[in-house]
Design a protein around this ligand. Structure first.
Ligand code: NAD
Length: 433
């Protein structure tokens, strides 16, 4: 099958590369010419385990190409995927301008019947709206059918997820279109769930909102644990053994971040609001998350009431491990607050520092290792649970002025830290006596 993918971000690039890997001829299109030039040379503009290798392999085997010219990319395609961003607008709703622009790009270029697959996360009703826009602008008898195929990959394991996903959701108005998209995806051998378009759009938002709810729930429980002297790790483990609950997304920390949960929860509140339904539970989830993201600063201020001129090491900038994505990462909020309180911030992240520089420069200094970041520091804050941090030799913290670690991801055992003479504060666990 000849496929075009519009937008080569985390979703579009991974989709394009994975579809090429299972044998399709894929042309990836992006308006960002600098990015396209890199990808044409086999350089991935994002960090995602396994992505570069598959990209190079499929370019060499001539199944994968990149262009910034929509006509060139779309001309031959039987199926066109839209995988552009749907960022948050100031009122919390989803900005659909990139999706609408992509629809215009398609009608400007096609001269044959196509199926347009919307991968971007879009509010219920958007697929129908995009279909209408395209029908209105098509002058001849060209037929375009729109299919909803929301994406469920997780940054940090996106390639793995494409081949081992829990389900592929296909929302379509015709069995013909649904079957074609099912056939395209068949080599992935991932279970397919076919449904109507509006339900497919809702499945994506409801899934993200549910996962965000689990995170805010366990964070609230962790705060209560701290007040009562219970241990959140034990509580999560005990809860997760119940198969009705499940152990995933029950890890207490400093809240969810990233390019999806924060914007999708707020968008779903708006989507409900548009039909005069107040999604009270989800509003609570969003508020709890905001509060949780600030919790480390509170713990730091309890230990060091005045951080003016103090050297604070920030370990971890990405919103989660194995990605270079900083969108809505708690690290931005925490670092900005530290600077506001007059601290001297030295940050280290194994992968995300290049991206961080465009957001945090010139506010922070960057270190090349954990050791360099914490040397002579007054406190170290852990914001991302990278394996490199979890596996560090605890003796390294002796390089601090006086070892004080405030851990937003519960990377270490409380007892172990105590044994090593480290003043250690984490989330939802009792402070050593
Ligand atoms: P992104 O911002 O990383 O990438 C979007 C890309 O689209 C950019 O490279 C941009 O230059 C390009 N673009 C914009 N308009 C274009 C046009 N008209 N023609 C060609 N290229 C264009 O976005 P992302 O993180 O990949 O997310 C894409 C969508 O998938 C969003 O709706 C998001 O909510 C959803 N999603 C994201 C994830 C994730 O983990 N990132 C997971 C599931 C779903």
């Amino acid at each position: 099958m000849k496929i075009a993918v519009i937008g080569t971000g985390y979703v579009g690039l991974v989709t394009g590369v994975s579809l090429a890997e299972i044998g399709h001829r894929v042309s990836c299109i992006d308006v960002n010419e600098e990015k396209v030039a890199k990808m044409q040379q086999g350089i991935s503009p994002i960090y995602e385990p396994g992505l570069s290798e598959l990209m190079t392999k499929n370019i060499n085997e001539r199944r994968l190409s990149f262009t910034s010219n929509h006509r060139e990319g779309i001309e031959q395609a039987d199926v066109i995927y839209i995988a552009v961003g749907t960022p948050e607008k100031s009122d919390g709703s989803a900005d659909l301008s990139f999706v609408v622009q992509a629809a215009h790009n398609i009608v400007d270029c096609i001269n044959h019947n196509v199926i347009v697959v919307i991968k971007s996360t879009v509010p219920v009703g958007t697929n129908d709206m995009i279909s209408e826009i395209m029908q209105c602008h098509l002058t001849s008898d060209i037929e375009v059918e729109v299919v909803s195929n929301p994406e469920f990959l997780k940054e940090g394991s996106a390639i793995y997820d494409s081949f081992h996903g829990d389900r592929i959701v296909i929302g379509a108005n015709s069995e013909r279109a649904a079957s074609l998209i099912e056939q395209i995806n068949q080599p992935f051998q991932v279970p397919v769930f076919k449904t109507d378009i509006k339900s497919a759009e809702m499945i994506k938002y409801a899934s993200n909102a549910f996962l965000a709810t689990k995170i805010s729930f366990i964070n609230e429980i962790s705060n209560i644990c701290e007040l009562l002297g219970a241990d959140i790790e034990n509580v999560s483990n005990g809860m997760g053994m119940d198969q009705r609950i499940g152990s995933q997304f029950l890890k207490a920390g400093i809240g969810y971040g990233g390019s999806c949960f924060p914007k999708d929860t707020k968008a779903l509140i708006q989507i409900a609001g548009n039909v005069e339904y107040e999604f009270e539970l989800l509003k609570g989830v969003v508020n709890v998350n905001k509060k949780q993201q600030g919790i480390l600063i509170g713990k730091l201020n309890d230990c060091l009431p005045n951080i003016l001129g103090k050297k604070i090491a920030v370990l971890g900038l990405a919103f989660k491990p194995n990605t270079d994505d900083l969108r809505e990462s708690a690290s931005i909020l925490v670092t900005t607050e530290l600077i506001k309180q007059g601290a001297e911030v030295v940050a280290y992240d194994p992968i995300a520092m290049t991206n961080a520089k465009s957001i945090l420069d010139p506010l922070v200094q960057y270190a090349v290792s954990i050791e360099e970041a914490i040397e002579n520091s007054d406190a170290a804050l852990i914001l991302t649970d990278w394996d490199e941090f979890k596996n560090v030799d605890l003796a390294v913290f002796k390089k601090m002025k006086k070892p004080l670690v405030i851990d937003g991801r519960n990377c270490f055992s409380v007892k172990e830290m105590e044994r090593n003479g480290i003043d250690y504060y984490s989330i939802g666990r009792s402070v050593p006596a």
